[in-house]
Ligand binder design. Structure first.
Ligand code: 5FX
Length: 530
């Protein structure tokens, strides 16, 4: 491989798709490809990449679908004549919290992968629990209570692990598996996150969990970045052995397995750098390096996050994770489960079914919606914690209404999502000086304008909307550089040549004043529902 001809591959195994982004050493994106689970792999019968259980709380994805997606992605890349031989390093992103259960002998199947057969056919029988619980699952309330009572309460769990016990956090999902699918748990040789599972597929071996994604499990000591004995013991017996090690996110997971060399022409030198969660990768992709550099990612879920030097975990909201590009740093994050899909549902029901019509509805309504506030809870919500689904509409006097004029619904869904992020983000130290918007809806000018007005700060958007996959590319290069130097290389050096970001919205003083004036009204209505 020529030193000046190297490529870096970032994969993003998200809720709905598996994407690849490739960049050159000058940080220029040169290739992208993707597989959509619903449309490219219809045989799995997913909706938005998931299956909803009959209880309305359980949400899973068939683990083998993610394997089949990798088969298909590599096939698409080969059809595009992508030059795999130039890839110096691969890293990746996985939807956070999801867990993968490999049965005894799984490691042999991974080690023994042979080109000529698909990954899917070689790994189909490897899972002790074939459906992976994912981040949208909220069925583990009981297990959360048990963890909090074992560790001394919600704040104690937050102080130790960075977050109070959350239903979707992996430790509580594993506790439920132990309690309800005991045989599956016992038969598990290794339990991986989506991120470390995808990396394991590439290395052909079980790879460690990185500290940043490991922070989303309610099992890791946030400060020492090791498994916390009390949390592990309160979750399930024999768990530590099934989880393996935790390592810094820039670590080399291993060389790529010969399967991929034989199948597509990767070279022996190609390194796999530890994969991490989608939010940590987005932090890297957006190069959020100073406190006050905040991003809001408008995806299936909406998340607000930024770097922090010292953590102050809260039992009432948000999360603190280890920083994915600074082994001594942290990041804070607030997550709203009802994001893009909810906005799309409201658009389809009340605003003509197109973004153009939705924008027109926003243009016909004033900032602050004349005091009308709506909470659109299609899925049990994390922030604010509203487990009861439904639409809750209020007028300016706080009276509950059954319906709004349709234009008001369009504005209310966007405004309440951003007001919630403003209120809950500031509670854990996220006070923006500027906001980077990312994810699908970040290209929608009307939505970024409301964001800018709610927070009263400028909003920027990168040229590359897929920040998690891009962050995985940057982390592939970062990990490769750290390995070449045999020392930690500051991430700022890795990304110093990255393209400048564009300002896409400037706050309007009057609109911001309208939002500031309605904060107490918003808080009171939210409080009445929680
Ligand atoms: C973060 O805590 C979340 O649950 C979501 O943002 C998922 O990571 C989405 F994949």
């Amino acid at each position: 491989m020529q030193e000046n001809d190297m490529l870096f591959l970032g994969l993003d195994s998200s809720t709905q798709s598996l994407k690849a982004i490739v960049m050159d050493q000058g940080l220029k994106v040169v290739y992208t490809a993707s597989v959509n689970f619903d449309t490219d792999l219809p045989e799995f019968g997913t909706e938005g990449g998931v299956h909803h259980g009959p209880d309305g709380l359980t949400v899973t994805s068939p683990t083998i679908m993610w394997v089949a997606a990798l088969d298909l992605l590599l096939k698409k890349m080969a059809e595009d004549r992508f030059d795999f031989a130039k890839v110096a390093a691969v890293s990746g992103s996985g939807q956070q919290h999801g867990s993968v259960y490999l049965k005894k002998g799984g490691i042999k199947a991974l080690n023994g992968l042979t080109a000529g057969n698909s990954l899917r056919s070689q790994l189909e029988e490897c899972f002790s629990i074939p459906d992976s619980p994912i981040w949208m699952d909220s069925s583990t309330g009981q297990q959360c209570k048990m963890l909090e009572s074992a560790l001394g309460g919600a704040q104690a769990v937050a102080d130790l692990t960075g977050s109070r016990a959350y239903e979707r956090f992996t430790g509580n999902q594993i506790a439920k598996m132990f309690q309800t699918k005991r045989q599956g748990y016992e038969d598990s040789e290794r339990i991986l996150l989506v991120s470390s599972f995808m990396a394991s597929l590439l290395v052909g071996d079980y790879v460690p969990i990185d500290a940043s994604d490991g922070s989303g499990m309610n099992l890791m000591d946030l400060r020492s970045k090791t498994w916390n004995r009390q949390a592990i013991d309160a979750t399930a017996p024999g768990l530590e052995q099934k989880l393996g090690q935790i390592v810094p996110s820039h670590s080399v997971a291993g060389p790529i397995h010969s399967y991929y060399r034989d199948l597509c022409g990767f070279t022996r030198d190609c390194l796999v750098i530890c994969f991490s969660g989608d939010n940590p990768n987005s932090l890297a992709g957006l190069r959020l390096q100073r406190a006050g550099d905040i991003a809001i990612s408008l995806g299936t879920s909406d998340t607000m996050f930024g770097s922090l030097a010292s953590p102050t975990p809260s039992a009432s909201e948000g999360h603190i994770f280890a920083n994915p590009v600074d082994p001594n740093g942290y990041m804070a994050m607030v997550c709203q489960k009802n994001g893009s899909l909810t906005r799309e549902r409201v658009r389809d029901e009340f605003a003509g079914g197109t973004w153009d019509a939705f924008d027109k509805a926003l243009a016909r309504t004033p900032a602050g919606n004349n005091g009308n506030v709506g909470f659109y809870i299609d899925e049990p919500e994390i922030t604010p914690p509203l487990l009861q689904t439904g639409v809750f509409r209020f007028d300016a006097s706080g009276t509950r209404l059954d319906s709004f004029a349709p234009d008001l619904d369009a504005r209310a869904v966007v405004e309440s999502q951003f007001l919630s992020l403003l209120v809950h983000g500031s509670n854990i130290g996220l006070k923006p000086a500027g906001i980077l918007a990312t994810g699908g809806a970040s290209t929608n000018k009307s939505i970024t304008t409301i964001m800018s007005n709610v927070f009263g700060v400028p909003v920027y958007a990168g040229e590359q909307p897929d920040s998690a996959a891009l962050g995985a590319c940057y982390r592939a290069l970062h990990g490769w550089q750290c390995n070449a130097a045999q020392a930690f290389v500051p991430f700022a050096d890795t990304v110093k040549g990255a393209p400048k970001i564009q300002q896409v919205a400037t706050p309007n003083a009057a609109a911001h004043a309208a939002y500031s004036a309605m904060l107490d009204h918003y808080r009171a209505l939210e409080g009445s529902l929680v």
